[in-house]
Design a protein around this ligand. Structure first.
Ligand SMILES: O=C(O)C(=O)C[C@H](O)C(=O)CO
Ligand SMILES: [Zn+2]
Length: 278
């Protein structure tokens, strides 16, 4: 298990960032490497984010050594989205099978986590978001068919997409984690239109199901001072509460969004008119 640390940044700092500095503060690459679990601990609302891809053997983790608790989830909850082939997550002996686009919620107190793929040729890709939790909530597998789907956008404006809520009060309870997956309709390229801010929650995106040669042009920053990140398949982007988050792809893609903060009100957002962006 590897653990990087990101400290985040304030908008006034980002004004002076060059490309490399911006990428190292907000972009997480190499989440999915064979037979490893790779985590990043962020100081942005203490979101812990990671990827694991078991190919030829199981991938296990659970120790809290890196974060000062007996176990990684002694004081945290976690969402695990499978972005690849079918795989299994065993938690303290309880086994859950995740097909593509299924999400597993793990409540506070989980100890030993063991991940495996049904086939090394089409490995599972487990993407994880974890945040501090104040209560014990039972683990729960949320199948894709059990998620709450919301159709958004308009094909004529190249932003038609289906947003699926998984870890959300209307689907399955959690303390402060929200998690879902958005799929773009064929021919649509823009996500999160119109853009928005949510002062009371941070967010992270993980872009996936992209061809190796494609890229997402992810826009971030204060509306009046935007910056961009060029993002490849499997990369994740951190979006502090002060930043917009939206993007356009050069080819088909989907993304996992995860949020935490003061509340779980998905609609507690302030839309930003496109005319305000600079
Ligand atoms: O395409 C979208 O719109 C999204 O998926 C938006 C994210 O869910 C989001 O930004 C939630 O605040
Ligand atoms: Zn958002």
């Amino acid at each position: 298990m590897t653990m990087k640390i990101l400290y985040g940044a304030a908008p006034q700092d980002v004004k002076g960032y060059d490309t490399e500095k911006l990428r190292s503060a907000f972009l997480m690459t190499d989440l999915f490497t064979p037979d490893a679990a790779n985590f990043t601990y962020t100081h942005v609302d203490r979101l812990l984010l990671g990827g694991a891809m078991p190919v030829s053997r199981n991938v296990s983790f659970g120790s809290g050594d890196e974060i000062g608790t007996p176990y990684l989830l002694s004081a945290r909850e976690m969402g695990i989205a499978n972005l690849g082939g079918t795989g299994t997550v065993s938690v303290d002996g309880q086994s859950f099978t995740l097909e593509n686009r299924d999400v597993l919620y793990l409540g506070r107190g989980a100890r030993e986590i063991v991940m495996s793929s049904l086939s090394g040729k089409t490995p599972a890709r487990f993407y994880m978001n974890s945040v501090p939790a104040g209560a014990d909530i039972p683990h729960k597998l949320i199948k894709k068919a059990e998620s709450k789907a919301v159709d958004l956008g308009d094909g004529r404006r190249s932003n038609k997409r289906r947003l699926a809520m998984y870890i959300h009060p209307e689907v399955t309870p959690s303390c402060l984690l929200l998690m879902g997956i958005t799929d773009l309709a064929e021919g649509s390229v823009w996500n999160t239109m119109p853009p928005h801010l949510h002062e009371r929650r941070m967010e992270a995106y993980c872009y996936f199901d992209m061809a190796a040669e494609d890229r997402i042009i992810h826009l971030m920053g204060r509306p009046e001072e935007t910056r961009h990140l060029i993002v490849a398949n499997g990369d994740a982007v951190l979006s502090p509460a002060w930043s917009i988050h939206m993007g356009a792809g050069t080819g088909p893609y989907a993304f996992v969004w995860g949020m935490t903060g003061e509340n779980q009100e998905y609609n507690d957002v302030a839309p930003v008119a496109l005319a305000e962006l600079k």
